[in-house]
Design a protein around this ligand. Structure first.
Ligand code: PEP
Ligand code: MN
Length: 339
């Protein structure tokens, strides 16, 4: 249930609504907007209480039941868009944010060369995996802690904020010590202990959509992070499993529109993992940006032929530079110009 308070309702009236909810056995969460407060009444059983219980209280503008399975990620709870701020960069603001880098961190030379190249081309954050969620246990699993040290060194030298994946709730503190944004991979979208730990960390999170998850399931997992009080959540559409096999996954561009309509959270697209092939990455990248994505996560490697993971879908430095030129034109055309 959502209780919308009147514009500039005094704090005492807000407190009274919160206390009433608690007395009925419900948890609450507040969205404090610029001139309005919305109180979410949370619990598996809010249906047993009439909306009138809150509607009659002083300072209450309206009360509505949220019929969607997700609450805190919904636009009903928070009508204004969420902007996640990392360093001086805004994700979910006017300017699309390009994050790029190798699938896996392989060496200091590889990571540094890639960071410098993507930065020069206009990317504002470096992505790179230290702990890799590979489909086979016999595939390269990432350099782990050594990769974290490399990322820290690259950040020190280039000033680029870092995005890297965390696989295990026990790793959150160590990865967060280096990463500016922690990535939850598609395979871990429904790893609830990990989500709760990341929620408690308060650290910015990119939550990728599961390989076979609906948008509703995806936004419901965002609620796990939000329920722990972490509002720094960025979604990422990375392609879903369909009957089509010519692309690795099917990038669901429609989902970008659905998320923008139904949620306040920013949404990125990852054209690389969807495409599965470097020649298809530009088409998906431009399409996603035109569809309203707040940014892109793109795999780039100094020498894709020798990459230890995802070489086929990785762009060379010159391909990435060319793509950035095209993305600038798309961004300008939709009124969201990039520097
Ligand atoms: C990645 O970003 O390298 C990755 C493994 O992505 P996903 O979880 O979307 O497969
Ligand atoms: Mn990858």
């Amino acid at each position: 249930m959502i209780v919308e308070m009147k514009t500039r309702a005094p704090q005492a009236q807000i407190d009274a609504v919160v206390e009433r909810a608690h007395s009925l056995g419900f948890e609450t969460q507040l969205n404090i907007g610029t001139d309005k407060v919305v109180v979410a009444i949370l619990g598996s059983n809010t249906g047993r209480v009439s909306t009138d219980v809150f509607a009659v209280m002083p300072g209450v503008e309206s009360v509505a039941r949220i019929m969607k399975p997700y609450k805190l990620a919904s636009r009903e709870f928070k009508p204004e868009p969420t902007i996640v701020r990392v360093g001086g960069i805004e994700i979910g603001g006017q300017t699309p944010v390009i994050m790029a880098g190798p699938c896996s961190i392989e060496s200091l030379e590889q990571a540094l060369a890639t960071a410098e190249a993507v930065k020069a081309a206009g990317a504002v954050m470096l992505r790179g995996g230290a702990f890799k969620p590979r489909s086979s246990p016999f595939s390269f699993q990432g350099l782990g802690d050594r990769a974290l040290d490399i990322l820290a060194e690259v950040k020190r030298r280039t000033g680029m904020p870092i995005v890297t994946e965390v696989l295990d709730p026990r790793q959150v503190d160590d990865v967060a010590a280096v990463a500016d944004i922690l990535q939850v991979g598609a395979r871990n979208m429904q790893n609830y202990p990990l989500l709760r730990e990341l929620g408690r960390s308060g650290h910015p999170v990119i939550l990728k959509r599961g390989l076979s998850s609906t948008v509703v399931e995806w936004l419901s997992t965002a609620d796990y992070l939000l329920a722990e009080g972490n509002e720094q959540i960025i979604l990422c559409e990375r392609g879903i499993r369909t009957f089509e096999t010519d692309t690795r996954f099917t990038l669901d561009i429609g989902a970008i529109g659905v998320v923008k309509r139904n949620s306040h959270l920013p949404v990125l697209a990852d054209p690389s993992h969807a495409a599965g092939h470097f020649e298809l990455v530009p088409c998906l990248a431009k399409g996603a940006l035109a569809a309203g994505a707040d940014g892109l996560l793109i795999e780039v490697h100094p020498n894709p032929v020798q990459a230890l993971s995802d070489g086929l879908q990785s762009l060379t430095f010159s391909d990435f530079r060319r793509l950035m030129g095209e993305l600038r034109q798309v961004a300008a055309a939709i009124g969201r110009p990039m520097a």
